[in-house]
Structures are given as structure tokens and as C-alpha cells.
Write a protein that binds this ligand. Structure first.
Ligand code: FA5
Length: 342
């Protein structure tokens, strides 16, 4: 039960509360508190039927009066808040406040290294070529002196695209050698950079998708000395002129003779560390003199033409240059990693 005076107390409290209100949210809470379905006025009204008969009309009209008074206050407050908010919004357009910084993207480390390689070879007069990522068996293997029954096919675990094994994802950039020899006149010197694919398990140093740079220089007087000179210059430009470059005999079906080329370890300066497996050397390139069979398959039949070719893994080069211990960082799309390179 309640008394007539209780209504006065409710009104007094409501006026005090509304005058302290500073924003729309508080005002809405106030409205719900007094006028909501479970609000104070609803509660008061619901009690009228239990009141003494003679009091009912007095209480009813007193409640109505109070509601009217508070509704007027509510409307006024609402208008006041609307006008002050737009005034403070006008203040927010302060033209003297410095703007928010623009977020710039960064280049992927593979892109950075690729661009640097392109610059070095452009300086030596090499043209830049590309080839398709989907290749045929002919360009990826057959024309590179690696027929189907050749044991060297085991060097490249291949993603085939059809049951006949005619189409595949190129396992290296070497098929570009054949495509260029077919369409360009000799002498020529080119590099080709792009994605390559192998069914290798994804671990710290292997990715099923990686990047290679291929090089090819062909002419009438190209010898192994040219190969040594060009690749030594390239590696010193890339890693710094204090490194040592080492050539060891190797084997590739499409070059004869073939070489494996290493640089002195840039982490330990050749003294031996975990990165170079305590050998002091890091293997960077495969290379050699173009095999006569590759020239024949590409339709180059002049016996006086010779050339050298090389191929390197760009991901491994980027790992060495930027001291990255896991190739998987390149493919993780982690902004914290990517933002370190500019
Ligand atoms: C080749 O692919 C030859 N085509 C290179 C060549 C070209 C030799 C021209 C002679 C003349 P190899 O299979 O060794 O060679 O691969 C070359 C480089 O690719 C390796 O040294 C390594 O850096 C990189 N590589 C190979 N497999 C992976 C892989 N799964 N993930 C990352 N890098 C790889």
C-alpha cells in the first residue's frame, strides 16, 4: 500500500535524477525506471484497486498529474541533450588536430629478393622472361634430357594434373630454357623467375610451392669461365663482396658438366654453425653447360653454339639474407612477420 505523500516523493526524486542526466542513454534508463512496463508509475497504478474506495479517484488524478509533469520534463531534457550533442559534434571537427597515420603495405621478402636479383641481371644485360606454371612433360622433363625412364626423374617428386601424366605443375624453372631457345635468336641471355611445385613435405626448409630463378646465356663463345664469372659476380652482389664462392662437380641431366655452387656461410663467416650444418658453406645454385641434347630438342642445331644455365631457390636465398629459420613464415600471412620487410 502507499500514501498520497509517496507520490510527491517519487516526483521529487525523479526531478532530482533527471536534472543530473548528461546523455541519451541515462535519459532512457530514467524513462524506463519511471514509465516502463515494470516502472514505478506502473507499480503505483496497479495498487489503486486495493486502496480504500474514497481514495481511489484522488490517487488516480494525483498519479496522472505527476506523470504529466514528468513527461514534460522528459521532453524538455530530450531536446536539450539533442542540441548539446550536435554542438559537441561540431567541436569534434577540429581542423588543427593531426590526421590518423595511413597504414602502408610492405613488400613480401620473396618479392624484395626477386627484385634485387632482377636488378643485378638487368645490369649485366639479361632479359627477363616468364613461362607457364602448368607445363607439359615435354618441357619439364623430356626436352631437358630426362625421358620417362630416366632415373634422374626421382630428383623431382611431381604434381601431375592428368592420368596420362602429360600435364604437370613445373618442378623447376628450367622448362623456360627450352621455351626461350625455341623462340629467341642466339646469342641470348635471360633469367626467368617464378613459382615451382614439388610434392615435398612442408618443413622448415621445404615447401610444396617455392620460387626459383633460372638463368640461360647462349652464344658462339660461351664457356665455363663465363659461367664462373657471371655467377660469382651475381652472388657477391647479392650477399656482399666479402663472401667466398665455391664450385663443386654435380649432376643434372640437362647440363654437362654440372656444378653445385656454394657461398661461405654468412651467419658464421665460414667457421661452422647450425645453419651451414657446421660445413662453413651454404649451397645456393645448381648450374652447368647446356647439354647438347637440350639444344637438339629445342631445335637449335648449330654445333658451334654453347651456353650455360643455372637455377637457384629464391626462398632459400631470402632465408639466408634475412636470417629466417623456417620457410613456412613466407606462407603464413602473419602481419607481424611481413611488416618487418621494406
Ligand atoms: C633444379 O631444380 C635445377 N633445375 C637447377 C638447375 C638449373 C641446374 C639449370 C642446372 C642448370 P634442384 O632440384 O637442386 O635443381 O633445385 C634448385 C633449388 O631449388 C634448390 O637448391 C633449393 O634452393 C630449391 N628447392 C628445391 N626444392 C625446394 C623446396 N621443396 N622448397 C624450397 N626450395 C626448394
Amino acid at each position: 500500500m502507499f500514501e498520497i505523500n509517496d507520490i510527491d516523493t517519487v516526483v521529487k526524486n525523479a526531478i532530482e535524477e533527471i536534472s543530473a542526466i548528461k546523455d541519451d542513454d541515462e535519459l532512457e534508463k530514467w524513462r524506463i525506471k519511471y514509465f516502463g512496463r515494470k516502472g514505478i508509475f506502473a507499480a503505483l497504478t496497479s495498487k489503486i484497486p486495493q486502496m480504500e474506495q474514497s481514495l481511489k479517484p484522488i490517487l488516480g488524478s494525483k498519479i496522472n498529474l505527476a506523470k504529466k509533469q514528468l513527461t514534460t520534463l522528459y521532453e524538455e531534457k530530450k531536446k536539450l541533450l539533442a542540441s548539446t550533442t550536435s554542438a559537441s559534434q561540431a567541436d569534434a571537427f577540429n581542423l588543427t588536430i593531426p590526421g590518423l597515420p595511413t597504414e602502408y603495405g610492405t613488400l613480401h621478402p620473396i618479392t624484395l629478393v626477386s627484385r634485387q636479383i632482377v636488378r643485378i641481371f638487368q645490369g649485366l644485360g639479361f632479359g627477363i622472361h616468364t613461362g607457364p606454371e602448368i607445363e607439359t612433360d615435354f618441357y619439364n622433363f623430356e626436352a631437358l634430357n630426362t625421358p620417362a625412364d630416366h632415373p634422374a626423374r626421382d630428383m623431382w617428386d611431381t604434381f601431375y594434373l592428368d592420368e596420362q601424366k602429360k600435364f604437370l605443375l613445373r618442378t623447376h624453372t628450367s622448362p623456360v630454357q627450352v621455351r626461350v631457345l625455341q623462340k629467341m635468336p642466339v646469342p641470348l641471355r635471360i633469367i626467368a623467375i617464378g613459382k615451382t611445385f614439388r610434392r615435398d613435405a612442408f618443413d622448415a626448409s621445404h615447401s610444396p610451392v617455392f620460387h626459383q630463378v633460372e638463368g640461360l646465356m647462349v652464344g658462339y663463345d660461351i664457356s665455363f669461365s663465363n659461367l664462373k664469372a657471371v655467377l660469382t659476380f651475381f652472388l657477391k652482389e647479392l650477399f656482399g663482396h666479402s663472401i667466398k664462392v665455391r664450385f663443386l662437380p654435380s649432376y643434372f641431366p640437362f647440363t654437362e658438366p654440372s656444378a653445385e655452387i656454394s657461398i661461405s656461410c654468412v651467419i658464421c663467416d665460414g667457421n661452422g654453425c647450425q645453419t651451414c650444418a657446421y660445413t662453413g658453406w651454404l649451397e645456393i645454385l645448381g648450374a652447368g653447360m647446356v647439354h647438347p641434347e637440350v639444344f637438339r630438342k629445342a631445335g637449335v642445331n648449330d654445333e658451334n653454339i654453347t651456353g650455360f644455365a643455372f637455377g637457384a631457390g629464391i626462398d632459400r636465398i631470402a632465408m639466408i639474407k634475412y636470417k629466417i629459420d623456417d620457410i613456412r613464415h613466407f606462407f603464413s600471412n602473419d602481419m607481424r612477420f611481413l611488416k618487418q620487410f621494406r
